[in-house]
Design a protein around this ligand. Structure first.
Ligand code: NAD
Length: 397
């Protein structure tokens, strides 16, 4: 039977992305599926219903009942949205499973097969479906443009007959996908950029995009799979102490540090913020997951008094939605590429011997099949017989 794919109109305020574009609809149709797009789903990304129709999708009312099929979404569904899905529905999108145990339990109880693109193994075959990378890339760029807007001075060194303007000194903490993009963007604007991270590979990665790596001589902290490990308390405190002079000397501090499955590491204390020069700017990508910077609030721009003036502290929120057309374009293709794995000649084919499927499936056949998610949601009753067992490669704190 021909499978149909439905594209959700995101309901969260502030979320402007969509999980399909007219181009990705064409790709979905090419796999033999039919495609329904909920009316208005693309408007936040400047995509009209007419454009989806022209690509071959059918526009449906967003309240129209869903029939079993594949549901593409951006943000995790709420527990009540999951509970309303017909049994047998397959969902594809981000789950943030460790932060949304009620929605995971609802998917189990509703007999929904849920795939978490944020748990895909970061192997090369998954690159075209890697929503963490595609969205982090945009976040890294946006962090810099937010900082530049708040800075109120030129980024690049400028020499004129009337005098020379010094370049902005930019410090990036956490040099994963978002941090590296932030370094490259700040560099392109003319900033003098330095960065720190705890992974061994990060020094070369920072240099490859034009940054100067700050080696704090703390050793590395790696958990395998390319991810960082949480620093023990004394090392974390030492890191803060060693970072303090670098932060005080910076005009702009951008933080992107994350540890899978943990709250974001606290890298900058309120005292360190207070020691900065007036006019400096801090932007915290981790504001929604605990904050790399003490006092950062998601979606808020605060002015913090310092000697001689104030500094601006910005907590990121829904940051990819600031670049919704681009974010949707990449996210939609990530979804369509994943869908191509599970739709063959118009039919749903779930091959759980494929590590991309077994690594990203969270619920199926009325059970939570990802062991670590099961442990978090229901104390470890994952169904080993259903063969998932794959450890998530990526868990957002
Ligand atoms: P992330 O979002 O999990 O973390 C962001 C960065 O914060 C990481 O570089 C991490 O090392 C750093 N960090 C954590 N604690 C820190 C601390 N105390 N101080 C300073 N920095 C700290 O990372 P990510 O962007 O998802 O990337 C994670 C890994 O995945 C990287 O090794 C990256 O190269 C790899 N990756 C692989 C692929 C692939 O397809 N193979 C794709 C994307 C990313």
């Amino acid at each position: 039977m021909t499978i149909h794919v439905r594209v959700r109109a995101e309901s969260s305020p502030g979320e402007r992305r969509v999980a399909a574009t007219p181009d990705s609809v064409k790709k979905l149709l090419a796999s033999g599926a039919t495609v329904e797009v909920e009316s208005g789903a693309g408007l936040g990304s400047l995509l009209t219903d007419a454009a989806y129709e022209a690509a071959g999708a059918r526009i449906v009312d967003r309240d129209q009942a869903r029939s079993p099929g594949i549901l593409l979404h951006v943000l995790p569904l709420t527990p009540s949205e999951v509970a309303a899905l017909p049994a047998g529905t397959v969902t594809v999108g981000t789950l943030d499973a460790f932060q949304n145990p009620a929605a995971v339990a609802a998917a189990r109880d509703a007999n929904v097969t849920s795939f978490a693109l944020d748990l895909l193994p970061r192997i090369s075959r998954a690159q075209s479906m890697d929503v963490l990378s595609s969205q982090a890339l945009l976040a890294g760029y946006r962090l810099v443009t937010l900082a530049a807007d708040a800075f109120g001075r030129m980024f690049g060194m400028t020499m004129t007959a009337a005098g020379t303007l010094a370049p902005a000194r930019v410090l990036v903490l956490g040099a994963g996908v978002a941090g590296l993009q932030a370094i490259a963007t700040a560099k392109r604007l003319g900033g003098v950029v330095s960065a720190n991270d705890v992974r061994a590979a990060s020094a070369d990665e920072v240099r490859s995009v034009g940054g100067t790596f700050i080696d704090l001589d703390l050793g590395t902290a790696e958990a395998g799979g390319g991810y960082a490990k949480e620093l023990a308390e004394d090392r974390a405190r030492r890191q803060q102490e060693l970072l303090a002079p670098h932060i005080a000397a910076s005009d702009i501090v951008i933080t992107t540090a994350a540890v899978p499955g943990r709250a974001a590491p606290r890298l900058v204390t309120a005292a360190m913020v207070s020691a900065m020069k007036p006019g400096s700017v801090l932007v915290d990508l981790a504001a929604e997951s605990g904050g790399n910077i003490e006092g950062s609030v998601p979606g808020e721009r605060s002015s913090i008094p310092v000697t001689g003036g104030a500094v601006t502290l910005i907590g990121a929120r829904d940051i990819q939605s600031d670049l919704a057309p681009d974010a949707s374009k990449l996210y939609a293709m990530n979804c369509a590429n994943f869908a191509a794995l599970i739709v063959k000649e118009g039919e749903l084919v779930l091959d759980f011997d494929d590590e991309l499927l077994s690594g990203s499936v969270v619920t199926r056949d009325g059970a939570i099949v990802n062991e670590r998610v099961a442990a978090a949601v229901e104390g470890g009753r994952a169904s080993a017989s259903r063969g998932s067992g794959a450890k998530p490669q990526k868990e957002r704190a």
